[in-house]
Design a protein. Structure first.
Length: 635
């Protein structure tokens, strides 16, 4: 056996083995950890309920501060990211939040005999599990401050502090929360979701106390949030901010759209003998003591300050959208990578005819290409289904016996749909290209340089909030600069030509910064994002001369070298404090296999036709294929 016949199979075997290696998947979190108060408490006080002599089956269904059996938002978001939710005192759960907890001070509302665990202590407990280190791949949530407001307000109303001291104490709690978040990040936490206070003045506890009292509590809530989010931004502490104040105000402004018929009363009745009509607590609220059978779904509030399970579920979806939105919009930068491949296919087909033109003669070609690029949905990834169509026109000249040069212009349009009914978008791309080819004996080489303007039109991101779907609209633009180089050698074996082929396809896609509109508090500002791709390929190409027609086949093992972690920077438009945060972008497998088959030939003396089909294999969660055709005329 000749050396070349031994080397080629060995080379291809090693390449295909590399293509089969596993790659990166969609971004997701390694765990979820929750810190805060009753708004996030998943049942920390169940041992206390048992100590009251309640039957075990009853205890199991109570304990959350909502219309039990819940769940609360912290449990929902944990499950969304694949983590089984449980309070931290039950089988090592990760929800450390405790009803009554303040940010860094002892609480006056902690039941007798229960541990005092402000957020500062909750974080101590978590860090003790990892010897002071926080998991950098986990999601952390912090929602606190309400009890600092309640308890300082009670002291003020009893005459224990002045109005200025009340304000100073509440804003001081916001500053203390900044310090606790900084502790988490210093220990290694990267993704920290921070929820601001809702409008506490609009809760049943204060709304009925008169406009003056409700207005002052609203002002304290807003002041806490301003101090919290402005302080975080000023300190350079990047968090995922959740504007609960604006979002819950939007629900109160149109409650019927979300299924709520009552936003001022409370869904829970007394739980005798523990609570009375004047001491109703949602901690003791279950299906048997609702004021109406459907109150858990139609009332906004479970008791005087805590939301019902229906409100908790809608809020969890809103919080999730702060993470899922940027990840979803990162897919805008993936689609142009595929449209450039369509343009290259048309140029390749055009060159096959141009290489047979006489030296000094011109050839024109027109080409069309259609393809599909689909990404399966999964945790941390909405998925994508896209169809693309491209048209190209080019002019080539046989500059010398071995050299062909050319220019081309192309337009690509695409229709994309995000998975799970999460929205859609359209693209239009204008591509300007110069290219050249070298053929010398069995050696061949091609270089293609392109630049394109990209319009993303009618980008719609659907934000599902219970029965309501808010649509965040945007129309960003962008660009794509690319360089494609291919080389190989064909060994002649009669009419068969076969040999190795290598290529590199480098692209730099930019999606310019843009603002969304139409989704209220869910609208985001997305900063400029860049997707760099560098695919190296090696494999085998074969063709058979059958007179006027030449069928061909190409198989390559491909590796994406531009697969460094990419992030999308977002900012809620409802927050004037400008809190920007970074969410991992979609990331695909870096190794895969491409197979292409086609035929080209002459229809008469001057007119040539080429058609081809390609398909991607071995890229987890991705389906990609396409067909192209080109007509060439030589002068």
């Amino acid at each position: 056996m000749k050396a070349r016949n031994r080397v080629l199979p060995a080379l291809l075997l090693s390449l295909f083995a590399a293509a089969a290696a596993p790659g990166a998947g969609a971004a997701q979190f390694s765990n979820v950890y929750v810190f805060g108060d009753s708004l996030s408490d998943a049942g920390y006080y169940r041992p206390f309920l048992a100590s009251l002599g309640l039957p075990a089956p009853v205890v199991a269904t109570l304990g959350r501060f909502t219309t039990n059996p819940g769940p609360v938002w912290s449990e929902i978001i944990s499950q969304f990211y694949g983590v089984a939710p449980a309070p931290s005192n039950a089988n090592g759960g990760n929800i450390f939040a405790q009803g009554g907890a303040r940010v860094a001070s002892a609480s006056a509302s902690t039941p007798p005999g229960s541990a005092q665990r402000p957020v500062s202590t909750q974080i101590d407990e978590y860090l003790a599990r990892g010897n002071g280190a926080a998991d950098p791949g986990a999601l952390y949530t912090v929602w606190a401050g309400a009890n600092d407001l309640f308890q300082n307000l009670a002291v003020f109303q009893a005459g224990g502090i002045t109005a200025s001291q009340l304000q100073a104490n509440v804003l001081g709690a916001a500053t203390a929360e900044i310090g606790q978040i900084a502790r988490l990040q210093a220990a290694g936490a990267r993704y920290v979701m921070v929820v601001g206070l809702p409008d506490i003045g609009a809760t049943p506890a204060f709304a009925s106390a008169g406009a003056a009292t409700a207005g002052s509590v609203t002002a304290l809530s807003a002041g806490y949030n301003t101090t919290l989010f402005t302080g975080l931004a000023s300190a350079g502490i990047r968090v995922i901010p959740v504007d609960a104040f604006t979002f819950l105000s939007e629900i109160r402004a149109n409650p019927s759209a979300y299924g709520f018929t009552n936003t001022t009363g409370i869904a829970c009745g007394p739980f005798p003998p523990i609570t009375t009509a004047s001491t109703v607590s949602s901690q003791f609220c279950g299906p048997t003591n609702l004021v109406a059978p459907d109150a858990g779904q139609t009332y906004l509030f479970a008791d005087s300050v805590h939301p019902t399970a229906a409100a908790q579920a809608i809020f969890a979806q809103f919080a999730e959208s702060m993470i899922e939105g940027p990840t979803q919009l990162s897919l805008l930068a993936e689609a142009p990578l595929r449209s450039r491949a369509s343009h290259v296919h048309s140029i390749d087909n055009g060159l096959l005819a141009a290489r047979q033109a006489p030296v000094g003669k011109l050839t024109v070609f027109v080409g069309g290409d259609g393809g599909k690029f689909d990404i399966d949905s999964g945790t941390g990834n909405t998925g994508l289904a896209s169809d693309q169509r491209s048209a190209s026109v080019g002019l080539t000249m046989r500059a010398a016996e071995a050299v062909t040069l050319g220019l081309a212009y192309g337009e690509t349009t695409g229709d994309g749909s995000f998975g799970t009914n999460a929205g859609s978008f359209h693209t239009r791309e204008q591509v300007y290209t110069v290219f050249g080819a070298l053929n010398w004996g069995g050696f061949y080489g091609t270089g293609i340089l392109s630049i394109a303007n990209i319009d993303f039109r009618d980008v719609r991101r659907n934000v599902v909030l219970g029965p309501v779907v808010r649509v965040a609209n945007s129309s960003p633009d962008g660009s794509n600069g690319s360089a494609f180089f291919n080389a190989g050698y064909d060994f002649a074996m009669g009419g068969l030509r076969i040999g190795p082929t290598v290529s590199v396809n480098a692209q730099n896609v930019t999606v310019n910064a843009f603002d969304e509109s139409g989704a209220g508090a869910a609208d985001l500002h997305i900063s400029e994002q860049t997707r760099r791709s560098e695919v190296w390929s090696a494999g085998l190409r074969a063709s058979m001369n059958m007179g006027a027609w030449t069928p061909w086949l190409r198989v390559t093992a491909d590796h994406e070298r531009g697969d460094d972690a990419r992030f999308v920077t977002a900012q809620p438009l409802s927050l004037a404090s400008g809190n920007a945060y970074d969410i991992p972008a979609y990331s695909a497998d870096s190794s895969f296999t491409t197979a292409a088959i086609g035929v080209h030939g002459w229809v008469g003396e001057r007119l040539a036709l080429g058609v081809s089909y390609f398909k991607i294999f071995g890229r987890s969660g991705i389906k990609e294929d396409g067909v192209s055709g080109t007509l060439s005329y030589r002068f």
